[in-house]
Design a protein around this ligand. Structure first.
Ligand code: ATR
Length: 279
């Protein structure tokens, strides 16, 4: 590559067609008057490691990683940030001299969206998290660090929620958060904030929650779409105070990746609106 080539970034995933990341990062670059190249790349299953190494050997400066490769990115990284270690997954790879560092910006993206964009107060709140898969594991640490009064993790397969609770119990103790695990069927009181981290929406489904849970709750779906997700539609009908989807989280996690790569943090509000308008 000659010296005048812009730094190259990309997002690797499968599927990748609908990824908004190239649009988001180009918006950031434009806003900060930087010239970068950012492509989306469909990676065949089983080819992640070789593709990522080829990208970096060819002078690539950083990668975003999306479904289903976050665990493979975690394994590829020479060094991991603390938050990536706790999340057990990597969504951002950064070149640092001769090594590749893995980080995870998903959780801080969610917390930034909740606190800064939506102005939902996490401190002192009673939070319900739905789901216990990879996506949820990535958000628990930053949520605990924002000091809610309590956090309940509920999942269809309750053992998976129990495993997560075991991993994060020491951190919950550090921040004096009451952390517990529940079956969906045992949830029958209101929460301040409910976060849907399941992939149930993909099949047009939602976790079976009683209507009491939604009463005046702020409800968030980590998925986003042009129209409210099935979970948010039900939440609104059942009396949620306010609903929001995960588009803000998407842009916030991207902003934190951009900061890690470029050492400057973009302003996100106009970019969130830009992406919303283009859905
Ligand atoms: P991700 O990386 O998106 O978190 P995952 O690790 O496969 O994907 O986790 C998917 C999550 O969505 C799990 O919590 C899963 O519940 P189970 O652990 O019981 O499988 C949850 N999920 C998926 N479909 C669901 C449905 N129809 N109803 C309720 N929960 C569902």
């Amino acid at each position: 590559m000659n010296d005048k080539s812009p730094s190259r970034y990309a997002v690797f995933g499968n599927p990748i067609e609908h990824s908004q990341s190239p649009v988001i990062h180009q918006q950031f670059a434009q806003q900060l008057q930087q010239t970068i190249s950012y492509q989306k790349q469909l990676i065949e299953l089983g080819k992640f490691d070789a593709s990522a190494r080829a990208f970096f050997n060819d002078g690539g400066a950083g990668l975003n990683i999306t479904v289903p490769f976050k665990l493979e990115a975690y394994q590829l990284a020479d060094q991991l940030s603390e938050r990536a270690t706790r999340a057990g997954a990597v969504n951002t790879l950064i070149v640092d001299g001769d090594i590749i560092v893995g980080d995870n910006t998903d959780g801080c993206g969610l917390v930034a969206d909740l606190q800064n964009n939506l102005q939902w107060s996490i401190e002192g709140a009673n939070i319900l998290i739905l789901g216990a898969g990879g996506a949820v594991r990535g958000i628990i640490e930053p949520l605990l660090m924002a000091k809610p009064a309590s956090m309940v993790i509920a999942n269809r397969t309750v053992e998976k929620a129990e495993q997560l609770a075991e991993i994060f119990q020491p951190l919950a103790n550090d921040f004096s958060v009451r952390l517990s695990v529940k079956h969906y069927a045992d949830l029958n009181k209101p929460f301040d904030i409910i976060i849907n981290g399941t992939s149930a929406s993909l099949g047009g489904d939602i976790p079976p929650l009683s209507s009491e849970c939604f009463n005046a709750a702020c409800c968030y779906d980590m998925m986003y779409a042009k129209t409210p997700t099935p979970f948010l539609q039900v939440a609104a009908k059942q009396g949620a105070r306010v609903i929001a989807d995960g588009l803000g989280m998407l842009v916030e996690q991207a902003a934190e990746s951009f900061r890690l790569w470029r050492n400057v943090k973009p302003d996100t509000s106009k970019v969130i609106q830009f992406v919303r308008d283009s859905l």
